[in-house]
Write a protein that binds this ligand. Sequence first.
Ligand code: NAD
Length: 472
Amino acid sequence: MSAVNICIIGAGSAVFSLRLVSDICKTKGLHKSKVTLMDIDEGRLEAVHVLASKLAEEMKTDLKFSKTTELEEAVAGSDFVINTALVGGHGFLDRIRTIGEKHGYYRGIDTQEFNMVSDYYTLTNWNQLSFFLKIAETMERLAPEAWMLQAANPVFEGTTLIRRKSKIRMIGFCHGHYDVMEVAETLGVHKDELDWQVAGVNHGIWLNRFRRRGEDLYPLFEKYASKFDASEFRPSNPFNIQMSPATIDMYSFYGLVPIGDTVRNSGWKYHYDQDTLEKWYGSPWGSPDSELGWKWYKEQLGEVTNATLALSKAIEQFPGASLEKLIIEGSKGLSGDFAREAAQLYDRNSMSGEQHIPFIDAIVNGNSARFIVNTLNQGAIKGIDDDVAVEVPAIVDSDGIHIEEIEPALPERVVQWYLKPRILRMEWALEAFNERNPELIIEILLRDPRTKSYEQAKAVVGEIFDSEGEYV
Ligand code: NAD
């Protein structure tokens, strides 16, 4: 059993932090570890500290928790630094989106072809990218041997940026690939029989291998797609779009099934307006990235944040109370997914699905496992530069990360018509950030179908960068 120092930056993101703490509690090999929670919001930090300590106590571990609002204090002496912070918060993203919409950019200027995820800003969120580099630089000084595990978005731009600029050990994680299981389930294939791979870039991954005992399952998907009736598609919530009409349509163009957030990260064909969104992602929401879908998500997040604060107050007032009972009771009014997650916190037979803690266990204790990682390409996907972060399957053990051979290779249609244009947008966004040059953002907008004149692009960029001062 190894004792390691893990710090969580942006720990006030309660759902995420409690999921991670719950995973550590279920990982025997990490039970003696020290966990430092860091956030600039003292109220949220205190709440998570109270709840995490109680959870670990009720799960009978020897975990030690500390909390701080100082980055350096959190990072010093860490073995693993998990970053989940959103600098400026959702409020910043909303302000930028509102300015964009005022100037005729539906859903804001960061909403771009192949990048439609609503809290994944790449053009204007320079504060977030700067913070990524600040963490890396702090690690170089105070924890040079540590691993940085990146959860905060944008994972694609962030992983590429940090790996190009810093020598620290770093990897990005996302959980979108689990939707492979929904594809299999819909076709009646049991997950234990599956032999699968996904490859691409973060939020742009494709099911290149889909087999059962050597049998290619794509003919089965083709049969399903040929009988698919889009008018019958009814999502249970805004995120329930893996088997939406958009997926079937993207499959018919690209020749592979898009997985997870890739279905959202499509072209304008699927995103022009609310009616278009509902056509491809189902009514009433039309994906999480519509006005209605994102409102739904933020309300859920708000309820969870409020519930977390209330729970921590209850535990502070009645330290002998059972947190497990309070959580199960309190989550009854939440949507299915959030309620399931709450119940899972104490279920010893079920991990959260976040990859961070199993990754630490693999590195530290040699408990080798398969992960979907964001790391530099280094030849994994043919036709893509080595210094671009890709999302690919890898085996991780105490010797590090071993990327699997991508077999079969991604088809030209995916590489040329999806990945390369997406990578070019990442390069543009990073160049604008590295030069701190809003002129380049105007150039990007001139290629945007919503731009009707140079003046329009200049005005929106001017207003965003003037009004947000220190943020961008
Ligand atoms: P949130 O705003 O609810 O939480 C982020 C936390 O970061 C807040 O507690 C905030 O106080 C803190 N923070 C802000 N600035 C900070 C700073 N300078 N130092 C330390 N802490 C700081 O946001 P959220 O909805 O939990 O999302 C967090 C991030 O995670 C976003 O970037 C989001 O896109 C990303 N995300 C990633 C995945 C994934 O699988 N990789 C999944 C969901 C969300």
